[in-house]
Each structure stands twice: as structure tokens, then as C-alpha cells.
Design a protein around this ligand. Sequence first.
Ligand SMILES: NC(=O)C1=CN([C@@H]2O[C@H](COP(=O)(O)OP(=O)(O)OC[C@H]3O[C@@H](n4cnc5c(N)ncnc54)[C@H](OP(=O)(O)O)[C@@H]3O)[C@@H](O)[C@H]2O)C=CC1
Ligand SMILES: O=C1OC[C@@H](O)[C@H](O)[C@H]1O
Length: 369
Amino acid sequence: MASLKPLEFKWGIIATGRISGDFVKDLLVDPKTRDVHDVTHKVVAVGSRSVDSAHKFIDRYIGGDKSVNAYGSYQGVYSDPTVDAIYIGTPHTHHYENARDGILAGKHVLCEKPATSNAAELRALLQLAQEHKVFFMEALWTRFQPLTREVRKIADSGVLGEPVLMHADLAFDADIENLPTTHRMLDPKLGGGALLDLGPYPMIWAIVGLYEHPSNSGAGPSSISGAMVKTPITGVDSATSWTLTFAKSGMQAQANLSVSMVIPSNEPGVTIRYRKGVIKVASPIFCPKSFTVEYFDDSGKVWKEEKRNYEYVGSGWHFQADEVARCVREGKLQSGLWGWDKSLLEMETFDEVRKQGGYVFPPGVEKVV
Ligand SMILES: NC(=O)C1=CN([C@@H]2O[C@H](COP(=O)(O)OP(=O)(O)OC[C@H]3O[C@@H](n4cnc5c(N)ncnc54)[C@H](OP(=O)(O)O)[C@@H]3O)[C@@H](O)[C@H]2O)C=CC1
Ligand SMILES: O=C1OC[C@@H](O)[C@H](O)[C@H]1O
């Protein structure tokens, strides 16, 4: 079989904060170390609100490479003809405008989670991506990691039967008492709180465990119910729990999901209970390194247990970059693994949980309502 010439995919980075640095470090890991031979990645442009930050970022993460274009605005990256796709690493409430501007300039987009502040903003972006024929994906990196793909394969094989009940939790102590109230985790103007920041991860596991399960036939949840604990510091949610019930399409299952930014993570982070067994995924659920499968005998006792461990060079953000490059090469506008329907389900769920929890963004935060 003729092998494809590796595609050198060219990235423009929007913002020079923490996650942009993590993502770029992974982009620069040799793809062959993860057995990827059809794509390579190159950063060709970095945009920041300050050109000095763009230069410092290039020095720190890209070895001071003088061929990388440094811009003191994001617009510089959108307009740069050498850029194939932009990666957006700004706070949540900026994603809509950054992605919109990138799409309008004809760039493919990988946008950090959560995709937007609300579902209406996301719908507007998806419409725009469709019109401009560009690829758009929320950077739900966990979905592309080898561990997640394997969990899905085992569930699909049918060996565990139908899923019935699952739990997924992501918590970490963000030391909120000592953060400035302008920090993105606390500031409602930046979409602060546990739900928008950490909620995408329990959601990805609910989507893999229940929504994507063959017995569900692609139906959304029949009900969503949630509750929030608000911190007196700024009024954003310090902890949120919500339940998704899937009972529309033959499936009869529930996902109980929780996030907190004041305590450490639970173990296991994800438990998916099937009629004939259980899958337990280790914390942290955004990048787990192991999972176990317990198989039940006819009396419901565990007769076999298997543990799988995962290791690779890099931190796990590169798998989503490979997906973007491959989708763009194939002319796709969305990924088959983390398609638009899944980001929409996530944002619609967050809208509903915020509504039930009484979390209203300050005026002007939501650009589309
Ligand atoms: N996938 C993952 O594992 C992770 C994803 N994230 C997501 O990435 C996004 C950014 O998070 P993180 O990198 O931690 O945030 P940071 O605060 O570290 O960085 C955000 C960057 O956005 C730019 N920016 C633009 N407007 C603003 C503004 N009004 N206030 C602050 N910064 C602004 C700044 O870059 P500049 O000055 O260069 O313009 C800033 O450095 C969030 O949406 C978060 O959910 C975060 C952590 C992990
Ligand atoms: O995406 C994320 O994953 C890890 C957390 O530490 C971080 O706050 C969040 O944005």
C-alpha cells in the first residue's frame, strides 16, 4: 500500500497563557514517538495582546525560532497566509469572538474547552464554519487519547452488555481563597467557576459511556438536572453536580457527574457500570493513565479483572492535533470522534445546569443569546 507523504500542518497560536504553552510543547513532540507517520506539526505564528509576550512565548516554547511570526494582536495570526489552523487558548468567554474572527479569515479552528460561553454562541460558530467551509473543533483532548479509544472499543464489543449507571468526577483544589478575584476561575466576566472549567471532562465521559454507546442510537438525554454551590467570593460555582438521564432510545441509563474546585479528585474518577461488568478509569479524568475492567459472572460476581496502563512521550494534547490535521487533509469540517453534536450537547447541558443553579453571567458576557 502506498504511504501518504506526511502532511506538515501549520499552526497559529492565539494567546500565550498556560494551556497554549502546554499545547505547543506537545505539538513539538516527534509524532513518530506515538506511531503517527502521516502528519507533523509546525508552529508558524503566535499572537498575543502584547508582542513582547509573543516573543517570550517563542523563546520559551519554540527555542526562539526566528521563522515563527510574532504578533502583538490576534488579528495578525488570523491574517497570516502561512497559517493552516488556529489554536485558541484564551479564557472561555473569549472563545466565541476569537473563533468567529478566525473563521471569517478562512482559518480552521481548534478552540479550547468549553467551546463557548453558551450554546447559542456555539450554534452561531458552527453555522459560520459551515458557510466558510472550515474545520471547527472544541479541544476536548481526552476524547483522542489512546485510553479513551480503548474504553470505547471494549464497550462497543458488547462484552459488558448495556451501560446502566455511571459516575464521573473532576475536582482539584484551586486555592480560591488566595486567587485574585480577577482570575479566570473566579471572575464571572471570564465564565469563572467549576462547571465551565472542569465540567467538560465529566461530560466527555458521559458522552463516551452513554451517548456514544451503540444501544443509544445517538439520542440526547431525556432529562438534565443539576445543582450548584456558589462561593461567596464572587458568586461563581465552586462545586456543581448534575445528572443526565438517557431514556429516549431504548437505553435506560444515568450519568451522575460532579466537579469541584475546592477539594482534590476522587478515585476512580470515572465508573461506568454495565449489566455484565464495570469500567473504572483512574483520575485525573482529563488525562487518565490507566483503567480496569471487571467482568461479572451470571451471579454478578467479578470473575476476571484486567488493568491497562498507558504511556507516551508528551502530555496527551498532541493526539487532538493529529486529529485536526487529518480531518483538514480529508476536507472534513468536523471530527468523527468529537463532532459538533457533542460540543452542542455539552453547552446545552451547561446552559440548563446554570439555569437550574441560578448562575447568570454579567451583562455583555454572552455575545449571542
Ligand atoms: N485542555 C486543557 O487541559 C486546559 C484547557 N484550558 C482552557 O484554556 C483556556 C485558557 O486557560 P489558561 O491557559 O489556564 O488561562 P491563562 O489565564 O493562563 O491564559 C489565557 C490567555 O488568554 C489571553 N487573554 C485574552 N484576553 C484575556 C483576558 N481578558 N484575561 C486574561 N487573559 C486573556 C492572554 O494571552 P495574551 O496575553 O497572550 O493575549 C492569557 O495569557 C480556558 O478556556 C481553559 O478552559 C486551561 C487549562 C488546561
Ligand atoms: O482543562 C483543564 O484541566 C485541568 C485543570 O487544571 C484546568 O483548570 C482546566 O482548565
